[in-house]
Design a protein around this ligand. Structure first.
Ligand SMILES: *Cc1c(COP(=O)(O)O)cnc(C)c1O
Length: 358
C-alpha cells in the first residue's frame, strides 16, 4: 500500500524491552517502545483535516489544562490484540471490525474519524516495529488505539482538533477462575438513546461507583440491567454476557445500550458452526432465576478481548446467590475458547478471515 512507506518512523535509542519480565506479565503494566500519533485539525481554512501520521518513541504528552477532552469527555478507545502464531508470524485479530467500531464510537461522540488506511497501516507498522514485544501465545500484544479532543478552549462545543494515538503492551493470558457477579438493579450503565454502544471514556468512569459497591458486597463484577425496567440483562464490565440454558446459547441482542463486542460476534459464529442453537434475545432476571430453579442453566460467562471467556460461578439476583454447576472442558465456553486459540495460533485454518497476518 502507498501509505506503508509514507509513515515516518523515529526510533527510540533506549528500548525498554529488557525491563520486561516476559515470564511474569501483568495486564496493563508494560508499554512497548513506540506509539503512533496522528493529529486532526479543523481550524484552518486551508490544509484542514488529518495530518501526517508518525511513529515515535512512547513518551508523555504535554497538554494544556484547557484540553477539551479533560472537561467534556470527547474521548474514545479501542482494545484489541496481536498474537504470535506457531510459525513465528504475527497476526492482528479482526482489525477491520475494530476500525469500524472505532468509527461508530467516534461518530456518536461527534469526533473526526481517522481514515482507515491510517488505522490499518499505522497499526501494522507499529506492531511490526515492536514485534519483539509480542509475547509467546497465549500471551498477546494488547493494542490500544484511542482518540481525544485536543483543542485547548473552555467553551462547551465540539472540538476542532483531535489527537489519534496507538500504543501497545504485552499482556498475559488472563486466567480467570469463575467470578461472582451481581445483577444490578439500582444503577444503570447505559440507556436507550445514550452512548452505551460507544467505547467512550465516560461509560467506564460512570460504572466504577456501582462496581465498587458490588465489590464491597463480595462480588467481582456487576451484570447490568436495562435502564427502563431493570429487568433485562445487558452486559458486564468490559464483557458481553452469554448463557447456556437448555443447551441453547443465549445472549442479549445488540442495541444502543450494549457494546458490540468483537469476541461476542466471533463466538456466536463459532457456536453456530459447532451446531449449537443460538438466540440473540432479551433475557430477563426472572428467566435467569427460573433457569436456576429448574436447573436448566449450565453455563454463564462474560466474553471480551482481555480474557476471551470469563466463567461466572455465582449470580446474585435480588440478594440471592445462585450457583452455576462446575465447569469442565466439555462446556461450550471452553470449546469455543480452544477453537479461537487454535485459529489465532494458526493451528487451524482461519476459514473466517479473522487473522490479519503481518
Ligand atoms: C470492549 C467491551 C466489550 C467487549 O468487546 P470486545 O470487542 O469483545 O473486546 C464488552 N462490553 C463493553 C462495555 C466493552 O467496553
Amino acid at each position: 500500500m502507498e501509505l506503508l512507506t509514507a509513515i515516518k518512523i523515529r526510533r527510540t535509542n533506549h528500548s525498554k524491552i529488557h525491563e520486561v519480565d516476559f515470564g511474569n506479565l501483568e495486564f496493563g503494566k508494560y508499554i512497548s517502545d513506540h506509539m503512533l500519533v496522528c493529529d486532526y485539525d479543523n481550524r484552518r481554512p486551508v490544509s484542514t483535516g488529518w495530518q501526517e501520521p508518525m511513529i515515535v518513541p512512547f513518551a508523555n504528552l504535554s497538554l494544556s489544562p484547557a484540553t477539551m477532552a479533560l472537561h467534556y469527555g470527547q474521548t474514545v478507545f479501542e482494545g484489541m490484540k496481536a498474537f504470535r502464531m506457531n510459525d513465528g508470524r504475527i497476526n492482528i485479530f479482526r482489525m477491520e471490525k475494530h476500525y469500524d467500531r472505532f468509527a461508530r464510537s467516534l461518530e456518536r461522540m461527534c469526533m473526526a474519524v481517522p481514515p482507515k488506511e491510517i488505522f490499518i497501516e499505522g497499526l501494522s507498522r507499529l506492531v511490526e516495529l515492536d514485534k519483539e514485544w509480542v509475547p509467546a501465545f497465549p500471551g498477546a500484544l494488547y493494542l490500544r488505539p484511542f482518540m481525544y479532543a485536543s483543542e485547548a478552549k473552555f467553551g462547551v462545543k465540539v472540538s476542532d482538533q483531535y489527537r489519534f494515538i496507538i500504543f501497545t503492551g504485552p499482556v498475559p493470558e488472563l486466567y480467570v477462575k469463575p467470578i461472582k457477579v451481581k445483577v444490578e438493579t439500582d444503577y444503570i450503565r447505559a440507556a436507550k438513546g445514550g452512548t452505551g454502544f460507544a467505547k467512550c471514556g465516560g461509560n467506564y468512569g460512570g460504572a466504577y461507583y456501582p462496581t465498587q459497591l458490588a465489590r464491597q458486597a463480595g462480588y467481582d463484577q456487576v451484570l447490568w440491567t436495562d435502564a427502563r425496567e431493570n429487568k433485562f440483562i445487558e452486559e458486564s464490565g468490559m464483557m458481553n454476557a452469554m448463557f447456556v440454558i437448555n443447551d441453547v446459547l443465549i445472549t442479549p441482542p445488540l442495541s444502543d445500550s450494549i457494546l458490540d463486542g468483537i469476541t461476542r460476534h466471533s463466538l456466536l459464529i463459532l457456536a453456530a458452526d459447532f451446531g449449537y442453537k443460538i438466540e440473540e434475545r432479551p433475557i430477563s432476571t426472572d428467566e435467569l432465576e427460573n433457569s436456576f430453579q429448574n436447573k436448566t442453566i449450565t453455563e454463564a460467562f462474560g466474553v471480551g478481548t482481555a480474557a476471551v471467556v470469563a466463567p461466572i460461578g455465582v449470580i446474585g439476583i435480588n440478594n440471592v446467590d445462585y450457583h452455576l454447576p462446575e465447569y469442565n472442558r466439555e462446556n461450550l465456553m471452553n470449546k469455543m475458547k480452544l477453537k479461537l486459540d487454535r485459529i489465532r495460533t494458526g493451528e487451524e485454518s482461519d476459514v473466517y478471515g479473522w487473522n490479519y497476518i503481518l
